[in-house]
Design a binder for this molecule. Structure first.
Ligand code: MIC
Ligand code: SF4
Length: 649
């Protein structure tokens, strides 16, 4: 049996382990990226590890999330990152240069390479034929310090595309919304989605990147396209075709399962509040009045996408009831829409042009009005993420969004006569890398500037034999890391200050959580399916650890979050029998013993429950860990583990 693109790249980077479904493997990583909201932790972790220089060939520190400067905190983080990048040897991308994933695709991605990033949308690089995975900051710091990256060998799902999209009405965004409609937000756990078939050749590189970017919402390990002629064309237009190589699956490549999509049969889709997986045809929601439309984010803000949006807006006026914002994905895209007149069309139509950053996607400004309907071309619409708790956020393609901005209501773009020019992919992009700062050869003397909001990272405790703790919360399916550790303009500036940010843990669900956690000292969380979906923010593990959370007991836990829990010494326990979920209640007491006897592999541990009324129950829990994860847990987390390893030499 031949190899898929996924297996070809994994095999080339395999350092330890056996490529066999579900088994842990260690991979050599070629590139890493960080963004500011997770990056300050990464550089604090590097400092704590006592590293002089980054040991991975390409490391880029982007600033794109926390760019709203309403106090000293965010700019202090920026200068901390700028000086740290110079000291440790990373390329620094200044605020305003663009969103990490779009920029990385344009300027650094390499087909066939491995990339990890402290952001869950790092799989964007899969559009370029890379194995690129989102992960917690500490995993990134460890790779920068010379460690390999451990991941479970994924199942590989073939997504076979045939036919051609009915553009401009149906776009790449509709393809990934269709996959989400088919398999939902937890359908991708432990899987890589590899796109194949004749339909692939009709998708431009940035369209492919839209699909791999939002593949994160499936809970997938990553998504990948082959590296073919289109990849070469894109890299050539970026003046980087020297890094191109062809990577296509063998004719007899084996896959674990198959999803078939006929692109010509797709229709415009939309994800309804509050999940990227609540996908329906737009026509079902026709006529719903719209208050805000936001175009941009790492999913949909390439030059060609924006030029297309501009062609729709040209000569028209944004509806009176709508506030339309556009945030270009990168300086390159911004500069190109400004030189070809697209920007003028947008401004003239009444669009509000924002910086090339994440902005409204992460609640950094542009919160919708109370109860407002916001249409976004982004990848997430979790409750409250926009900054307005009761806002109704819908996700759709930029073409659908532009039509809705003009009409003032939800409309199927096919009902809007779009007599427009389809922009063609540029033969040459405008290339100007002056917003990147390349590190000096030797950064040893660079002074790292650390503002007063930047506090040391708290460390976990060695694994105790026994957990005796209170269940602080019992939660439903699909709790996101936005639920655990909210983002937004108020909380994000505290990303470098764990004691301060921990006051906001679960604040959207239980405003007394912080107080209760402090009171009980030792506690556990009970989750249901897909606990910790969404972002890679390790703050959703560090802050709970800081508050004394010892374990999460759930039916299933999202991949990145599970890794983050282990990295901070929190046990990721699963119900052996998911019906036992019903036996656990908030305020019950749980007792788990024999933890120092756990082995690598599958462990079964017994959990005694003492209910509020004194009644007792006993249930079986499962802890499945690799050898490395076992040592990490025993030592109270990844940071002490690495420090220990370094001491031993
Ligand atoms: C997100 O889209 O949720 C974020 C903000 O980019 C996060 C990272 C973070 O929380 O800083 C992600 O996707 O990992
Ligand atoms: Fe930024 Fe939004 Fe993309 Fe996250 S999903 S990296 S917040 S643009």
């Amino acid at each position: 049996m031949g190899d898929s693109v996924t297996y070809k790249i994994l095999k080339e980077h395999l350092v330890a382990g056996e490529i066999s479904k579900g088994k842990p493997i260690s991979l050599k990583i070629d590139q890493v990226l960080t963004q500011d909201a997770t990056g300050t932790m990464v550089y604090l972790q590097l400092e704590a590890m006592g590293i002089d220089k980054i040991k991975v060939p390409v490391a880029v520190a982007y600033i794109d999330h926390n760019t709203l400067q309403t106090s000293f905190r965010n700019p202090d983080d920026h200068i901390f990152l700028q000086t740290s990048a110079a000291k440790y040897g990373a390329i620094f991308s200044r605020p305003g240069n663009g969103i990490c994933h779009q920029l990385h695709l344009e300027r650094f991605g390499v087909p066939g390479a491995t990339l990890i990033g402290s952001d869950s949308h790092t799989p964007t690089g899969g559009g370029l034929g890379m194995i690129s995975m989102g992960t917690g900051g500490l995993d990134v710091a460890a790779v920068m310090a010379g460690e390999n990256y451990e991941v479970n060998t994924p199942e590989v799902v073939e997504v076979r595309l045939s036919g051609k999209l009915n553009k401009p009405y149906v776009m790449a965004m509709d393809v990934i919304l269709e996959v989400l409609r088919l398999i939902g937000v937890k359908g991708g756990l432990g899987k890589v989605f590899e796109y194949t078939g004749s339909g692939v050749s009709y998708l431009s590189l940035t369209e492919r990147a839209t699909i791999t970017n939002m593949g994160a919402e499936l809970g997938a390990t990553t998504s990948v396209f082959p590296s073919d002629g289109e990849t070469k064309r894109f890299l050539k237009a970026q003046k980087r075709d020297n890094v191109w190589k062809e990577i296509i699956a063998d004719d007899d490549a084996g896959y674990d399962s198959l999803i078939e999509i006929d692109l010509s049969k797709l229709e415009p889709l939309v994800a309804k509040p509050f999940s990227p997986g609540s996908v329906v045809p737009i026509k079902e929601l026709k006529g719903t009045p719209v208050d805000q439309v936001c175009i941009g984010s790492c999913t949909n803000s390439s030059y060609t996408t924006l030029a297309l949006v501009a062609n729709i807006l040209k000569g028209n006026r944004v509806a009176e009831n709508v506030s339309l914002t556009v945030s270009p994905g990168s300086k390159q895209a911004f500069s190109m829409i400004s030189s070809d007149g697209s920007l003028t069309s947008m401004i003239d139509s009444g669009a509000r042009i924002l910086e090339s950053v994440c902005g409204p996607c992460i609640g950094m400004g542009q919160a919708p009005k109370s109860g407002g309907v916001s249409i976004r071309t982004f990848n997430r619409n979790f409750k409250g993420r926009s900054g307005t708790d009761d806002a109704q956020v819908y996700l759709c393609s930029p073409v659908s969004a532009a039509c809705m901005a003009l009409k003032g209501e939800i409309i199927d773009p096919r009902d809007f006569s779009l007599d427009i020019n389809m922009p063609t992919e540029p033969e040459e992009f405008i290339i100007n890398d002056n917003m990147f700062i390349f590190p000096p050869k030797d950064g040893i003397d660079v002074e790292v500037i650390k503002g007063p909001n930047i506090k040391p990272i708290p460390l976990g405790e060695n694994l105790a034999d026994k957990i005796d703790a209170k269940i602080l919360l019992k939660l439903e399916d699909n709790i996101s890391t936005d639920d655990i550790m909210p983002a937004g303009g108020k909380v994000l500036p505290l990303r470098s200050n764990i004691p301060a940010i921990s006051e906001f843990v679960f604040s959207g669900i239980d405003k007394d959580f912080y107080k209760r956690a402090k009171k009980f000292g030792s506690s556990v969380i009970v989750g249901a399916e897909n606990y910790g979906q969404g972002s890679s923010r390790e703050h959703a593990a560090i802050a709970p650890m800081f508050l004394g959370i010892k374990a999460v007991i759930a039916k299933s836990i999202a991949r990145i979050h599970r890794k983050n829990l282990i990295n901070y010494g929190i046990l990721p326990l699963l119900f052996k029998n998911s019906d036992d979920y019903a036996k656990c209640n908030a305020d019950d007491n749980v007792q788990i013993v024999g933890l120092t006897d756990i082995l690598d592999g599958v462990n079964e541990v017994i959990c005694k429950i003492v209910h509020d009324d004194g009644a007792k129950d006993e249930i079986a829990l499962v802890l499945e860990i690799s050898l490395r994860e076992k040592s990490i847990l025993e030592q109270g987390g990844f940071l002490p583990y690495i420090k220990g390893k370094q001491k031993k030499g």
